[in-house]
Each structure stands twice: as structure tokens, then as C-alpha cells.
Write a protein that binds this ligand. Structure first.
Ligand code: PAN
Ligand code: ZN
Length: 195
């Protein structure tokens, strides 16, 4: 890990950073229980464990004061009528924020708090999105062809809590209905606080 100042490039068309330390590939099999249409999920998984998204991270110490950063690339596609998306998470240290800069594609970021507040923001190329402390976040690619590519940066000590979302899901889902993306209430959602 570098201790001196450094720079690197992120260029289209593939937006893979010129330097990175970790390459995470998340496939369909890692999203068990997350998609509403479980029959479609199982059928698709039986055919092929497709790659849904990738993350390229620059390694930094996981301490307060450091900034973890990198690129996430969500590929286009759907499970049933629900678009490819990230697992989504709370930060383990809830009081930590995150910034996304959208480099390519279009989609939504779905967010919610432990108190059950919910927000959905549209993502388009060139947009900056601020996720305040306490908001869980998941990104969704609604384009049929283009990758959704985002630069992210968040505090080194944030950590990831995936378990809450794996258990509860998000309050809102992004589905294709009559050929258009629609934000709907997740019929299986229950509040993390049981409200
Ligand atoms: C992002 C995410 C990235 C992948 O870097 O880690 O988009 O999403 P999941 O971590 O939910 O699989 C971030 O929010 N980091 O905190
Ligand atoms: Zn995060």
C-alpha cells in the first residue's frame, strides 16, 4: 500500500482503474433471496451463474482518516423484471457517509435508514450523489445495454453490514413494468426495527 501521494486514471470505454488492489466479482449465486421473483432467480441460476457487478478497490488502511475508494461496475440485465443491482449494505459504523460520481450509464440508488425512512435517487452520467451517514445504499442499473459505472469514496473505518439487508431487503424495489423502470414497495420488506 502506498504511503506517498499518488494518482491514477479511470478512462472509458471500460473504466477499469489503471491501478487497483482488489477485484471483487459478485455473481448471481451471491444474491440468494434478494430478488422478488425467486422462480426467475432459480431458473436463471440453473442456466448460468452470471456476473452481476464488479468492484475495483484501491487498498487503504481501514481506519478513521483514510478514504477507501474505487470503481463499481453494475452490468445490464434483469432477474425476472427486476434489474441487476448490488447487494447493498449499511456501514458498520452507521455515522459514516459516502460519495458516488457516476461515470457511465443510468440507474437508481435505493437508500433507507434503520428508522424506516426511504429515498431513491436517479443516477445519470456526470451526477454526484451524496449518501449521508445512517443510510443503507444499493445501486441498480436500468439500462438494457450500458454498464452503470461509479467512482465511490467513503471513510476508512466505515465497514460493511450486509446482514441487515440480506434479512430485511430494501423497502423499495426497481422493476421494469410495461417496458419502463418503476419504483415499487417491496411486499416482503419488514422494518429492521420491526415497526
Ligand atoms: C460501494 C459498494 C459497491 C458494491 O463501494 O461496496 O458498490 O456494493 P456492495 O458492497 O453492496 O456489494 C460502497 O458502498 N462501499 O461502501
Ligand atoms: Zn457503502
Amino acid at each position: 500500500m502506498r504511503e506517498d501521494p499518488f494518482s491514477f486514471d479511470i478512462q472509458g470505454p471500460n473504466y477499469i482503474p489503471s491501478e487497483y488492489d482488489n477485484h471483487i466479482q459478485r455473481k448471481l449465486s451471491s444474491m440468494k433471496g434478494q430478488y422478488l421473483n425467486q422462480v426467475a432467480y432459480n431458473d436463471m441460476l440453473y442456466q448460468d451463474d452470471v456476473l452481476l457487478y464488479q468492484v475495483f478497490e484501491l487498498k487503504r488502511q481501514e481506519v478513521e482518516g483514510e478514504l477507501l475508494h474505487g470503481i463499481s461496475i453494475v452490468h445490464p440485465g434483469k432477474v425476472g423484471d427486476e434489474y441487476f443491482m448490488t447487494k447493498g449494505h449499511y456501514h458498520t459504523v452507521l455515522e459514516t457517509a459516502e460519495i458516488y460520481f457516476i461515470l457511465n450509464g443510468q440507474g437508481y440508488i435505493v437508500m433507507e435508514t434503520p428508522e424506516g425512512d426511504s429515498a431513491v435517487e436517479e443516477l445519470t452520467k456526470g451526477k454526484v450523489l451524496y449518501v449521508p451517514p445512517r443510510w443503507a445504499h444499493r445501486s441498480v442499473n436500468i439500462d438494457s445495454e450500458e454498464d452503470l459505472v461509479m467512482f465511490f469514496v467513503y471513510p476508512g473505518n466505515a465497514g460493511h453490514d450486509y446482514g441487515t439487508i440480506e434479512t430485511q431487503g430494501f423497502k423499495k424495489l426497481v422493476m421494469e413494468i410495461d417496458g419502463k423502470p418503476e419504483i415499487i414497495d417491496n411486499p416482503r420488506w419488514t422494518s429492521p426495527e420491526g415497526k
